[in-house]
Design a protein around this ligand. Structure first.
Ligand code: PMP
Length: 502
C-alpha cells in the first residue's frame, strides 16, 4: 500500500471507530455535586402541585410580605433543624446565598464591630473544604486560616494552637455532616469542644454551620445530635447560625433554603436580607410545604435518593478497592456527594515536558509569538534541562530520547508544535484549515530532524504531540488545520509501521 492509500485507509478506519463510539450515546456528566435526572424526577410532583393564593393564616402568597417565610415552611425547617420556630427563617433558592448574606452582614455590621473595620479579619476553614466558601471570604477581604480535618471533625489540637497565636479570628465556616469533600461527620464531642474554644476566644466570633448534607445519608452514619442542640448546650446561640437547603432534596437551585440563629444574629442576617430582597418566594415555599408535610416526609424522600445514589457509590468504591494499595487511599462515605481519593506524592518515574500554548506564553500561539525565545529559556530553566542538552543550542524544544522500558527499547519523540507553526486564520476558534503548502506546523528543521530520528533502531516509537493528530471535525487547534502537514505526518507513520508507532 502506498503512503496516500495508507493515509486514507487510516482515516476511514478511525472514522468508523469514532462513529461506533458516538452511536453508543455515552454521556457522562462529571459535574461535581449535580443531582442526576432520576433524582430530580423524585420531586416532579412539585411541577404541577396546585398552590392556593393564601396560606392557612390568610397570608397572600402572591404578594410581598412575610420576610421570614411562611409559617408552614418555617415549621418544617424548624423540625428539620430542631430549632425554635421563632428563630428559624425560610429563604429562597440556595444555602450559599444565606451564607453569603451572613458573611456580608458581618462585614458591614458584625455582632460588635463590622469586619470591614477590623484589621485583617480572619475565618477558620477546616480543610479540605468547599471552594465557594473560600471564594466568598476572599471577596470580602477575610483571610482564611486553615485547620485540618481528622475524619471525625476538626483537628482540635491544631485549632487550639491556631487560636492561641492568631488575632482577629472573627468567624468559622463548618460543614458538620458529610463535609465537602472529605466526608467528615463531626462527632458531638468534637463539635462541642470546637464551640467551647470559639466561645472562650471571643464573643464576636461567629460560627456558620453550612448543613448542606444534613439529610443526605445513604448508609448507616455515625450518631450526630442536632447541631442546634449542641449550640444550645454550649450556650453559643448568640454566635452561631445553622444553614441548610433543599438544593439536593428537590431541585438544584430551585428548592428553598432555611436557617436558625440566636436572636441577635438572626435579626442581623434578616436585616441584611431585607436590604437585598423585599420578600422571599412564598409560592415556592408553599409548594414545598405541601409536598413535604413534615420532617418525616423529607426523610422518607431522602431514602428514595439514597436508593439511587448508593449503587453509584458502591460501583466506584468497588473499583477503587481493586486498585493496588500503593495507588493511594480513599474515603468510604456514608452520605453526601463525595469520595476523596488521596494519591501518594512523587510516584512518577520520569516527567517528560513539552509546552502547550499556555506554557508557551500565548493562547493557541505559534511561530509569530514575539517572546518565544524568552519562553524557551524560562522553560529550560524551570525544568532544569542540563546545559549540555541540545535544546539549549537550537530553536524549539523538540527532542528525542532512547528509553529502556521493561526491557523494550523505546524511541521517545517529543514534537514542538508551537515554535515554528504558521499563523492560524484567526486569533481564536473556530479555525479553518489552511491548504497553502508553504505553511507548516513543525518547520523545515524539525521535519528533517524527525526523518532522521525515526531511523534509530527501537522496538517502539512513542510520539508526543501537544495538539491532536487524529480528529478532523472540531473547530479548535489540530493537525488538520494544516492538512498537508497531517498528510506528511501520517506518511512517516506508514513508513515506520513495522516499528510500532504510538
Ligand atoms: N455548601 C456545601 C458544603 C456544598 O457542598 C454545596 C453544594 N456543592 C452547597 C453548600 C450549595 O448548596 P446550595 O445549592 O444550597 O447553595
Amino acid at each position: 500500500m502506498n503512503a496516500i492509500d495508507f493515509y486514507h485507509t487510516m482515516d476511514e478506519h478511525l472514522q468508523s471507530k469514532f462513529e461506533l463510539l458516538k452511536s453508543k450515546s455515552l454521556n457522562i456528566d462529571l459535574t461535581r455535586g449535580k443531582p442526576g435526572a432520576d433524582q430530580l424526577d423524585l420531586s416532579n410532583e412539585l411541577l404541577s402541585i396546585s398552590v392556593p393564593s393564601h396560606d392557612e393564616n390568610n397570608v397572600d402568597l402572591r404578594n410581598y410580605g412575610e420576610p421570614l417565610g411562611i409559617r408552614s415552611a418555617r415549621k418544617l425547617a424548624s423540625e428539620l433543624l430542631s430549632s425554635p420556630i421563632e428563630l428559624t427563617a425560610v429563604a429562597e433558592q440556595s444555602s450559599l446565598l444565606v451564607t453569603y448574606q451572613t458573611c456580608l452582614a458581618l462585614h458591614l455590621k458584625g455582632l460588635e464591630n463590622p469586619l470591614k473595620d477590623v484589621s485583617n479579619p480572619k475565618f477558620i476553614c477546616p480543610v479540605p473544604g468547599f471552594d465557594r466558601h473560600f471564594r466568598m471570604l476572599e471577596e470580602l477581604g477575610i483571610e482564611i486560616i486553615t485547620v485540618p480535618l481528622t475524619g471525625k471533625g476538626i483537628d482540635l489540637n491544631a485549632l487550639k494552637k491556631v487560636l492561641e497565636k492568631t488575632d482577629n479570628v472573627m468567624g468559622a465556616i463548618i460543614v458538620p455532616r458529610h463535609s465537602n469533600p472529605s466526608g467528615d461527620v463531626y462527632s458531638d464531642e468534637n463539635l462541642m469542644s470546637m464551640l467551647e474554644m470559639f466561645k472562650n476566644y471571643s464573643s464576636e466570633l461567629v460560627c456558620i454551620f453550612d448543613h448542606a448534607y444534613l439529610l443526605h445519608d445513604f448508609d448507616e452514619t455515625s450518631h450526630q445530635s442536632a447541631t442546634w442542640k449542641l449550640i444550645e448546650e454550649t450556650e453559643m446561640t448568640n454566635q452561631a447560625i445553622v444553614i441548610s437547603s433543599f438544593s439536593k432534596v428537590t431541585f438544584g437551585a430551585g428548592g428553598i433554603s432555611f436557617f436558625a440563629a440566636g436572636k441577635e444574629l438572626f435579626d442581623l442576617v434578616n436585616h441584611q436580607r431585607g436590604s437585598m430582597i423585599v420578600a422571599p418566594d412564598k409560592v415556592n415555599q408553599m409548594r414545598h410545604a405541601l409536598f413535604f408535610k413534615s420532617a418525616a416526609d423529607v426523610k422518607k424522600h431522602m431514602q428514595e435518593h439514597a436508593k439511587l445514589v448508593k449503587p453509584k457509590f458502591d460501583l466506584v468504591i468497588d473499583k477503587l478497592k481493586s486498585l493496588d494499595d500503593e495507588c493511594g487511599s480513599f474515603t468510604i462515605p456514608t452520605g453526601g456527594y463525595f469520595i476523596s481519593f488521596n494519591a501518594p506524592k512523587g510516584k512518577a518515574k520520569k516527567i517528560i515536558s513539552i509546552w502547550d500554548d499556555h506554557d508557551y506564553g500565548i493562547n493557541d500561539g505559534g511561530g509569530d509569538f514575539v517572546n518565544k525565545y524568552e519562553s524557551q529559556k524560562l522553560f529550560l530553566d524551570f525544568w532544569n534541562i542540563p546545559n549540555n542538552d541540545v535544546r539549549h543550542s537550537r530553536e524549539g524544544l523538540y527532542f528525542n530520547e532512547l528509553l529502556d522500558i521493561d526491557g523494550f527499547k523505546v524511541n521517545l519523540i517529543v514534537l514542538d508544535t508551537r515554535f515554528f507553526r504558521s499563523k492560524l486564520n484567526s486569533n481564536k476558534a473556530p479555525y479553518i484549515p489552511n491548504n497553502n503548502k508553504s505553511t507548516t506546523i513543525l518547520g523545515d528543521a524539525q521535519w528533517s530532524w524527525l526523518e532522521e530520528v525515526l531511523q534509530q533502531e527501537s522496538d517502539f516509537i512513542l510520539v508526543l504531540s501537544s495538539i491532536q493528530v487524529i480528529p478532523k471535525e472540531h473547530i479548535f487547534e489540530k493537525w488538520q488545520l494544516f492538512p498537508h502537514e497531517r498528510l506528511s505526518f501520517s506518511f512517516f507513520f506508514s513508513c515506520s509501521r513495522e516499528q510500532n508507532i504510538i
